[in-house]
Design a protein around this ligand. Structure first.
Ligand code: SF4
Length: 369
């Protein structure tokens, strides 16, 4: 499997927790930026002519903030320059404050068949605190336009003043809107973002309180028929995100646009994070890559394990052997011994026990040495 990621870095407003590459004041650059994005797809076309891509993902930023014809144009360019499989999964991220029936109709004409919507919380006061431009009513309007479609809803934990009751209400609204997939993330207060001040002032829930909210949310999601398949991702049967599964299975992907990263032919590379530099590079006929390095040896093995252990699929000894020609338990003998109590074995497969998935980062550090 292989995927395509396109980064649309524009937003209406910067959220208080956001440290993504996104610009709230530069929508006037959308035309120039999208022209460069199309050019970048063309520039990569030749070297990717032997690959077939199974997924396309428009992420951001807020892809739904720009004119939907740009999304249509990007899909047209992809179809001209790259090979898509017969029935690719094509996802667009949408902010509920930026949607309309017309936009959705154009996305669908472009081939989009999966929508990812940032609800975050069903408590308006918390949305305001996050600096989101939408309220719960906007989310309900947005999902009413997506009746019968395959869509995913993002929800966040660890918000200021968030109670179990708030989580219950949020899960109820997300599930009640017929989302086929729900991502439930813990807020990470990044240094330099406005919400970091709340964190320093002790106004955000402590890690163990967030873990409790997570357990509570997980149980509710399970009751409503969402099966967890990765630490933060839950889906109705058959509606797992193919695009994200490809990342965790260490599949190849190509990223277009600023800050987009790629993994191709054993190398990881990243585009510049600077909008002006991106445009200048493309207009001068250069790819805007700033980092490009092979992932080999122990790094590749660690990456394989780290990604696989995030998922409920776990590590397949056979797949590891096929990739690296060795036994993972021998390669990581010390770490395996130390973490054995957190793992469960099922034939050829080893996975983290359900109750330890949420704290996997701490466990996986053992494998770094
Ligand atoms: S909508 Fe998303 S990308 Fe844009 S500012 Fe908010 S969190 Fe960041």
């Amino acid at each position: 499997m292989a995927g395509i990621y396109l980064h649309i870095p524009f937003c209406k407003h910067k959220c208080t927790y956001c440290d993504f590459t996104s610009f709230p004041n530069r929508l006037n650059f959308a035309e120039a930026y999208m022209a460069c994005l199309y050019k970048e797809i063309e520039m990569r076309g030749k070297e990717l002519k032997d690959k077939t891509f199974d997924t396309v993902y428009f992420g951001g930023g807020t892809p739904s903030v720009i004119d939907p014809d740009y999304i249509y144009g990007a899909m047209k360019k992809i179809k001209q320059c790259l090979n898509l499989s017969k029935r690719p999964e094509i996802t667009i991220e949408m902010n509920p404050g930026t949607v309309s029936a017309e936009k959705i109709a154009i996305y669908k004409r472009a081939g989009v068949n999966r929508f990812s919507i940032g609800l975050q919380t069903a408590i308006d006061e918390q949305l305001e605190n996050l600096g989101r431009i939408h309220n719960v009513r906007d989310y309900l309007f947005c999902t009413s336009l997506l009746k019968g479609e395959n869509f995913s809803t993002d929800i966040m934990l660890g918000l200021k003043g968030q109670s179990k009751e708030d989580v219950r209400k949020t899960v109820e609204i997300a599930a009640g809107s017929s989302a086929k997939h729900i991502s439930m993330y813990a807020l990470t207060p990044e240094d330099g973002t406005p919400i970091y001040t709340d964190y320093l002032n002790g106004e955000l829930p402590e890690a163990d309180e967030v873990a409790e909210l997570y357990d509570y949310g997980r149980a509710l999601l399970s009751e409503k028929g969402y099966e967890r398949y990765e630490v933060s991702n839950f889906a109705k049967k058959g509606f797992e995100s193919k695009h994200n599964l490809n990342y965790w299975r260490r599949g190849e992907y190509i990223g277009f646009g600023i800050s987009a990263s790629s993994f191709m032919n054993g190398r990881r590379f990243t585009n510049t994070l600077n909008l002006d530099e991106y445009i200048k590079c493309i207009l001068s006929g250069f790819l805007p890559v700033i980092d490009n390095a092979p992932v080999e040896g122990d790094d590749a093995k660690f990456e394989f394990l780290m990604l696989a252990l995030r998922t409920c699929e776990g590590v397949s000894a056979e797949k590891y052997r096929t990739a690296f020609g060795s036994d993972w338990k021998e390669d990581f003998e010390g770490a395996y011994r130390k973490t054995k109590e957190f793992l469960e074995e099922d034939g050829d497969t080893t996975r983290l026990k359900d109750e330890y998935l949420y704290v996997q980062n701490g466990i996986l550090t053992e494998y770094m040495n």
